[in-house]
Design a protein around this ligand. Structure first.
Ligand SMILES: Nc1ncnc2c1ncn2[C@@H]1O[C@H](COP(=O)(O)OP(=O)(O)OP(=O)(O)O)[C@@H](O)[C@H]1O
Ligand SMILES: [Mg+2]
Length: 549
């Protein structure tokens, strides 16, 4: 008996002309841990929802074929009936949370399974511990930070202890060490006999899964052992090839850890290492020095009205004209709070924020929300983008122009009349950016602009920001994606528990593994390898360039 078995499954969402799944065949053994990758729109979430019976029961459409979970036919069952055997952590995890406290949120599932009070309490404790949310029991879910909410969504499914666990991009908003922790919990469940299907863009982060599954255009196009998928295959399915594999492939050595890889490179280069290092030093570009201070944060403290704890405990920061800086730090460290204060959307409890020497006012500093859906509300794409400038008094031809320009900048010119919520996550993210750009902000702050995007969309978003920055504009980026920060930001500030603990050029910050791990971060693999060779590379391209010939 298979844990999951889909035979000839096709599904088309009601109102959509394009099938999300096309005669899909998929099987997973009991106790197998599979990682699923593929472009956005490939059908990954629809596959997850088909396993739960969410399509076609809750989200309607045309369905064909057969879905079985642990041998049982799912057809005709309601998702809550399926939840005895299978549990799903939604990609859109905020939509999953509905209770008035963290504890009640986690208790809901086990209580519905009819478990005893004692058992329910044990499960609450264990699953909150597994996701690092001990002490959050009485908090209201809506007051949690982005990553804390995602951790809660995972805990509430873990608490049900389903034999089949389906996780749809469960760590997009979780800090790097937290992601490792969640992956460890998942592996532990696997070792206890649970079957796991994990949708993940960064497949290299779960290298020890039993299998890798790749989807494209509604079909499973490849399934095999993790290490058997080469970079080309991954790239053809829109998945970023893991840096250890890519580096190993280029050097013709087996994939190794950072230490092993560094020694291997030393061995291969032999006496030429010094020369390579010298040439690398000559070519590295540490970026332009920033211009005058445009935005200044002075001794800012902040406490949320509903909370005793301070989210920011005295933050000072100067952002120079034309800078591209990243703010990094663990979940709940205060990044989004700081961003909202810098944008004038929250007023500090004490301290001040100055834009070119004057108190900041909303609109002048653009803020793109962590979740674009919290920002979008208009009936059409055009109206969405026009809202900001219109509010600032822009009218007529000038309004038309700023909307056109902003849509053009993010590649959404052809989408003017579309309903924002009919767009894909990547498109909604770009729309959110356009609606802020249209206000011609002096500084653009983006809160995790690459979450939920596939590799190509992430690159497109980041290349766009790079271009925009090269025109002299100022960008502040908040991200948990280490390769994105390393490759694109020229300066990084680390926020830890409401305080800035380090601030400096990206290469310098990323060379300090001990400091980063304090902030739950980890440099990209190529940086770790390079640091051991005295050349802390900031991207795979840079590493390959230096090591070529
Ligand atoms: N509306 C709110 N009410 C009360 N406390 C809040 C609220 N929003 C955030 N907090 C708390 O303030 C602290 C900082 O939260 P913030 O959202 O700034 O973190 P973050 O660094 O952006 O985290 P993440 O990486 O998870 O997005 C956290 O302890 C969080 O739980
Ligand atoms: Mg945040």
């Amino acid at each position: 008996m298979k844990a999951v078995h889909l035979k000839g499954v096709s599904f088309t969402y009601r109102g959509s002309g394009v099938p999300a799944l096309r005669c899909l065949e998929y099987a997973q053994e009991v106790g197998e841990f599979a990682v699923l990758g593929g472009r956005s729109g490939a059908g990954k979430s629809t596959l997850c929802k088909a396993i739960m019976g969410i399509v076609p029961t809750l989200q309607r459409g045309e369905m064909e074929g057969e879905v079985r979970v642990l041998g049982r036919k799912i057809e005709g069952l309601r998702p809550f009936q399926v939840s005895r055997w299978a549990g799903l952590v939604f990609q859109d995890f905020e939509a999953q949370l509905f209770s008035t406290s963290v504890e009640l949120e986690v208790a809901f599932g086990p209580e519905n399974l009819g478990l005893s009070r004692g058992e329910v309490e044990r499960r609450i404790r264990e699953s909150l511990r597994a996701v690092g949310l001990e002490g959050f029991e009485r908090r209201e879910p809506w007051t949690l930070s982005g990553g804390e909410k995602q951790r809660l969504a995972i805990a509430s499914v873990l608490a049900m202890g389903p034999p089949v666990l389906v996780l749809d991009e469960p760590t997009t908003d979780i800090d790097p060490l937290g992601r490792e922790e969640i992956h460890r919990v998942v592996k532990e469940l696997k070792s206890k006999g649970h079957t796991v299907l994990l949708v993940e863009h960064e497949v290299g982060e779960v290298e020890d899964a039993d299998s890798l599954v790749l989807m494209s255009e509604g079909k499973v196009v490849w399934k095999g052992k993790m290490g058997k998928a080469d970079s080309e295959l991954l790239a053809s399915c829109g998945v970023r090839p893991p840096e250890p594999w890519a580096l190993a492939f280029h050097l013709g050595v087996p994939p190794l850890g950072p230490e092993g890889m560094a020694s291997e490179i030393e061995r291969v280069l032999g006496g030429r290492l010094e020369e390579v290092r010298r040439r690398w030093r000559e070519t590295v570009d540490e970026g332009a020095t920033p211009g005058d201070v445009v935005l200044e944060v002075r001794d800012v403290e902040y406490s949320y009205p509903s909370s005793q704890a301070q989210a920011l405990k005295g933050v000072s920061l100067e952002v120079g004209e034309g800078e591209f800086m990243a703010v990094l730090g663990p979940n709940g460290s205060g990044k989004s709070t700081l961003a909202k204060i810098m944008a004038g959307l929250l007023s500090p409890s004490s301290g001040s924020v100055l834009l070119r020497g004057r108190p900041v006012r909303p609109g002048k500093v653009g803020y793109v929300f962590q979740n674009p859906d919290q920002q979008l509300f208009a009936p059409t794409v055009w109206e969405e983008v026009a809202f900001g400038p219109r509010n600032m008094g822009v009218r007529g031809g000038e309004l038309e122009d700023s909307v056109e320009e902003a849509l053009e900048a993010v590649g959404l010119s052809g989408y003017k009349d579309r309903d924002p919520f009919s767009l894909s996550r990547g498109e909604r993210q770009r729309l959110a950016v356009a609606s802020v750009l249209a206000c011609s902000p002096e500084v653009l702050i983006l809160d995790e602009p690459t979450t939920g995007l596939d590799y190509e969309e992430q690159r497109r978003m980041m290349e766009f920001l790079r271009e925009w920055n090269l025109k002299g504009r100022t960008v502040v980026l908040i991200t948990h994606s280490m390769w994105v920060a390393a490759k694109y930001a020229r300066r990084c500030a680390l926020l830890l528990d409401g305080r800035i603990v380090a601030d400096g050029p990206t290469r310098e910050i990323f060379s300090r593994e001990d400091l980063l791990s304090l902030a739950h971060l980890k440099p990209p693999f190529v940086t770790q390898v390079g640091a051991r060779l005295g050349m802390p590379f900031l991207s795979l391209d840079e590493a390959l360039e230096a090591l070529r010939n």
